[in-house]
Design a protein around this ligand. Sequence first.
Ligand code: NAD
Length: 498
Amino acid sequence: MREIGHFIGGKHVPGTSGRYADVYQPMTGEVIAHVALASTDELNAAVANAKAAQPAWAATNPQRRARVLMKFLELVQRDYDKLADLLAREHGKTVPDARGDIQRGLEVVEFAVGIPHLMKGDYSDGAGPGIDIYSMRQALGVVAGITPFNFPAMIPMWKFGPAIACGNAFILKPSERDPGVPMMLAELMLEAGLPPGILNVVNGDKESVDGILDHPDIQAIGFVGSTAIAQYIYARGAANGKRVQGFGGAKNHMIIMPDADMDQAVDALIGAGYGSAGERCMAISVAVPVGEDAAERLLEKLVPRVENLKIGPSTDGAADFGPLVTREAVDRVKNYVDIGLQEGAKLLVDGRGFKMQGYENGFYMGGCLFDHVTADMRIYKEEIFGPVLSVVRAPDYKEALRLPTEHEYGNGVAIFTRDGDAARDFASKVNVGMVGINVPIPVPLAYHTFGGWKRSGFGDLNQHGPDGVRFYTKTKTVTSRWPSGIKDGADFVIPTMG
Ligand code: NAD
């Protein structure tokens, strides 16, 4: 059995807490590794290591730091197949989807290679007589990332790429469900030339997370996961004086206007609703056709597509999606389907009974489709995080705009229409952080920022793009005066430049 410990100070170190978690291979249901769960002492040792290494890294010129990331990009290309295979085996998503998970992370590392440019400050020449004002961005010190199971490559890279480029040392606490890929990424960073201690992976559960939240030497925490934990991280981290961003769950709507191209809309819905078994924070989980006619036309095309979804093991590149992450996840999602039925929604496609031949112990379920879901139902209000799509019929555009606007989550939303005026009005008014116009999963590219609103995101700054650099740096502003004014003597009135 593979034992996964921690990666601290540039070395694999075994866990010493005596606590372990099973890492499953969802496609077969087997346990394929044991991962150590760190104690507070182990976390503290990693932080001490990071703290000792960080000043020299921050003092390394930014171009040299960027070159380490460039080399890392090259090494990931070398090991892409291995990484994607391990990711698919530990997570359950298909290998092609695992490759996408890695790619969307690499794009943020590519962006972070521009760090010498991104960290430049401002300069005001002659802000007063003989006075110049300039600002600089400096690393925070030791910072941390706590990441979810559903993107075990992308989200760690979204965090450690910008943070390390900016000169910080990083403690990554990945999901205990699929820790293999984060460990490999840390090894590749070391191989790329990162000094030991700058990227540490501490595997664990609540104990190590609480250790991060309370550690006086950790300056900032980037979290991604479910909303209840995001809010907990935000509150406890901020109470300890840290900078915190906490991204949480989602309920992403796709509005289908009566003039939309239905074939395009159905293709988009199938991919965005069921890809990765619905285990994406930007998955579409609510389809909102506008008007009865649009609803009928949509469902006529959608139902057979959901019935014919191809589910397969993660290694089957032709499958639409693979298993869910754990047996508990399957039970939770099926339970939501039961709840939907009790609440009176109409189950048009029932994937609860799906069995994968030859993989009977895997964590599979088929795609489910509900019609006549209403805003008061739990299956509408809560995040299901599985291959279940709910259709909420809206009588008009006003109601279609109101639904995502008033939902407690505000991660992503999409509108499908041929009408530029409706799309523009929707993008301007909807109370959601990321909007797609004829794009079902509007995950912004690396040089823009990613972040949901309302209970999908706690904190002030988004992830990656310019906000990622702002989050992992602090601004120092210098007001300088040369050379003679100082001889004028003391001045007890607050300086003004007028
Ligand atoms: P999760 O909240 O269970 O776990 C996330 C992290 O928190 C893990 O590292 C885990 O070990 C840790 N954790 C879990 N319970 C904890 C506790 N009680 N105390 C302290 N730490 C704890 O989330 P998950 O199941 O791994 O991921 C799925 C969730 O993440 C979904 O809700 C999904 O929408 C969300 N997500 C959001 C985004 C986004 O950008 N908004 C992106 C991806 C996933």
